[in-house]
Ligand binder design. Sequence first.
Ligand SMILES: [Zn+2]
Length: 321
Amino acid sequence: MAKLSSLQNHSMPTGFFTHPAFIEHNPGSMHPERPERLVAIEDAVRKISLQEKLVFRQAPKASRADLLRVHDERFIEEISSFCRNQAYLPSMEAEVNEATLEAAYLAAGAGIAATRAVMDGELNNAFCAVRPPGHHATASQSMGFCLFNNIAIAAAYLLEETKISRILIADWDLHHGNGTQDIFYNSRRVFYFSTHQWGIYPGSGAASETGTGEARGFTLNRPLMMGDGDKEIIAAFEEELLPAMEEFRPEFVLISAGFDAHEADPLGSLRVTDAGFRRLSEIVYGIADHHAGGRLVAFLEGGYNLGVLGRCVCDILDVFS
Ligand SMILES: [Zn+2]
């Protein structure tokens, strides 16, 4: 394999990928995964004083081939017809319609465009402000509020279409990313690390879930208890993830960046603060910088307090740039 350049050009900007269609997907009235989440993020990001270091990009649609690297053909067909019929999708716990399907293809496409731009050296790193989120979706099923698994689709693109052969996916969302774990559970090329509140949806993510066969040890779960906060989540990243990455040496780093573990989030019972999320961003940025030539792309997952979303995404962009 050709050696990857370990020197990313840090003078390149940080990408911020989004699309107006992301606010057209409406999972139903009173649903926490509401369009206003992205409005709050974009409003906040437009106001920060980093503008010269940021590049705003409109997400392109993923192709069917992009989805097929992760998802079953039958599943993609079923989802397409389901969205055309504009019904409630029980496994996804959300209403879906044509706007949902369009948004889902764009959310997957954002990740591919962002990782490609980083690989091409056009961007130093990127944040994908997308809806619907992705980390619960398995190869054959939409779950939670997730239709397609955006981060897994980006990882599969990197593995199959570029020289990248080792990827870290760090997932600090309140919920366990069961779909991402499941998709790469027998892969030694993707290291999946997750902190999440134990005992809530989707129920997976025990510390004993470590991968299968030859990939045992390539999944690392650190469930947290109700009331845990900055101290516990930062310790998991510093004391568990950092040493694991000295062994694994990722060539590209992806983040499932949910903000529902925040103390002010309405869904969870963890107590991570703005400063805590900023620290997690710094730690993962450091891993990318140290091992992966700075190659780093984050994906919005959960997070349902609008003020928190705006502030924490701005903090990530500040760390990234
Ligand atoms: Zn979540």
